[in-house]
Structure formats: structure tokens, C-alpha cells
Design a protein around this ligand. Structure first.
Ligand SMILES: [Zn+2]
Length: 247
């Protein structure tokens, strides 16, 4: 019964979508990493992005104006990691805040792990436990260009990680996945990355296991060959987790 109500509600949202398929095609055309998707996947992504925009609020900070282009770009990239998982993977929070550029976080704030930080810091994005995703448009607008960096995917993947508690590089597994294998591979390769540089992998990933997972997810979707070259087992478990084969 609840399934039926949900389907009916989703269909209503899709029928009343403010953007046409041509609008979405144009928006997707500005994001090179989406080129690999099949026509069916692309249509699924457009539907998911439409439902995403109905579910989340996107507001500008410091006078930043939220245009259709901004909303489409954020929605498409945020929905790429959950393309075969579903919108319920972004449940429990509703707000996205966009700054025009990198911003100073509050003198005293709670970071993405729920830890209070003192002092000021320039940031390009953050994800709060059960709270908003915050992004700098200056950084987000260059996402999706196949350069291995994607602040949108980075922050939204933290949200997946937070589904089972604090971000720790261990999101909820798919039913057919072995959690022990995930932990073993992630721990081993995180340890390796702390002492070895890898081509195309941002050193920020060596900060802690949560950042390792987020940084490597960026590489998985942006420059998957780099991930295969550096950590083939992680590529393999990410294929099983995201249910996508970007290569
Ligand atoms: Zn992060």
C-alpha cells in the first residue's frame, strides 16, 4: 500500500516536472562524466534528479542566486552515485546550501563527523550528519570534467557513509556484499595510501577513512582507470556498492 502511494506520488512529481527531457539533456551535456551512461540510464537519472529536486531544498548563501542551471547541475551529479540505489539513500535530511565560492566556516562549528572545530577554515564543501550539504559553486561548477575532482560527489557520498552513523568509510552494504571484505580492503589500502602517493588520487584522502572513501569515490566516477591502476580491489568493491561500472 505504501509502495503504491509512493509510486503514485513520484509519478505526479514526474508528470508535473518543471524541466523537460530536452532541458535535462542540455544540462547533462555540460557534465562530461555522464557521457558513458546508456540512454536508459540517462532517462533514469533525469527522473531521479526530478524527484531529488522535489525532495531537497537548494538555497544560496551570501547572495548567491540559485538558477535552473545550478539546480540541474547539482541534482544530476548528486544523483549519479545513487543511480542504481534509489533516492531513499539520501533520506533523513533535506537542505543543500550553496556559497558563491569557498567560504569560511563558523569560528565554532561541527564538522561532517559531528566533531566541534575551533578556528576558521576555508572550505569548498561539507556534509553534516542529519544536516545540510554545503557546497561552493566555484568548486562545484568544475565538477564532472573528468579531472578526478568532484566536490558534489564527494559531499553526497559522505551522506551515504553517514546512513549507518558517523562517516567512517563504511556505508551500509548491498545485501550481496561481504562487509568483512569491504573493511579488509579499505583498511589495507588506506594504510598503504598514508605512506604512498598514487597518481591522480588527492592526498586529502589520507586524512582518515571517511575522506579516503569520499576521495576515491570521486576518482571512481571521474577517472576510473586511475582507481583501477592504484587500488583495483577498491574499484571492484565500489562497482558492487554503487552497482555501476564506470570503466
Ligand atoms: Zn570530505
Amino acid at each position: 500500500m505504501f509502495e503504491m502511494i509512493k509510486e503514485w506520488r513520484d509519478q505526479r512529481i514526474l508528470d508535473n516536472s518543471e524541466f523537460t527531457s530536452a532541458d535535462w539533456q542540455r544540462a547533462a551535456g555540460r557534465i562530461p562524466i555522464l557521457e558513458r551512461l546508456t540512454d536508459d540510464e540517462m532517462n533514469e537519472l533525469f527522473e531521479l534528479a526530478t524527484l531529488f529536486l522535489a525532495d531537497k531544498s537548494i538555497t544560496g548563501a551570501q547572495g548567491f542566486k540559485i538558477t535552473d542551471k545550478v539546480r540541474q547541475s547539482i541534482a544530476l551529479q548528486a544523483c549519479l552515485p545513487i543511480l542504481h540505489l534509489g533516492l531513499e539513500w539520501y533520506k533523513g535530511w533535506s537542505s543543500i546550501i550553496i556559497y558563491p565560492g569557498s567560504y569560511k566556516s563558523e569560528a565554532k562549528s561541527v564538522d561532517e563527523f559531528g566533531i566541534v572545530h575551533e578556528g576558521q577554515q576555508h572550505r569548498s564543501g561539507e556534509a553534516w550528519q542529519r544536516g545540510p550539504v554545503i557546497l561552493s559553486w566555484k568548486d562545484a561548477k568544475h565538477s564532472g570534467e573528468r579531472d578526478g575532482h568532484n566536490v558534489v560527489i564527494h559531499e553526497f557520498v559522505h551522506k551515504l557513509d553517514m546512513l549507518n552513523g558517523r562517516a567512517n568509510g563504511f556505508p551500509p552494504m548491498q545485501p550481496d556484499m561481504d562487509p568483512e571484505r569491504w573493511t579488509k580492503i579499505m583498511s589495507r589500502d588506506f594504510e598503504d595510501f598514508q605512506t604512498h602517493r598514487k597518481s591522480g588520487l588527492d592526498r586529502y584522502g589520507a586524512t582518515n577513512p571517511a575522506e579516503f572513501f569520499a576521495v576515491l569515490s570521486e576518482v571512481f566516477f571521474e577517472t576510473p582507470q586511475k582507481l583501477v591502476d592504484a587500488y583495483p580491489d577498491i574499484y571492484d568493491i565500489m562497482v558492487k556498492f554503487f552497482r555501476q561500472t564506470p570503466l
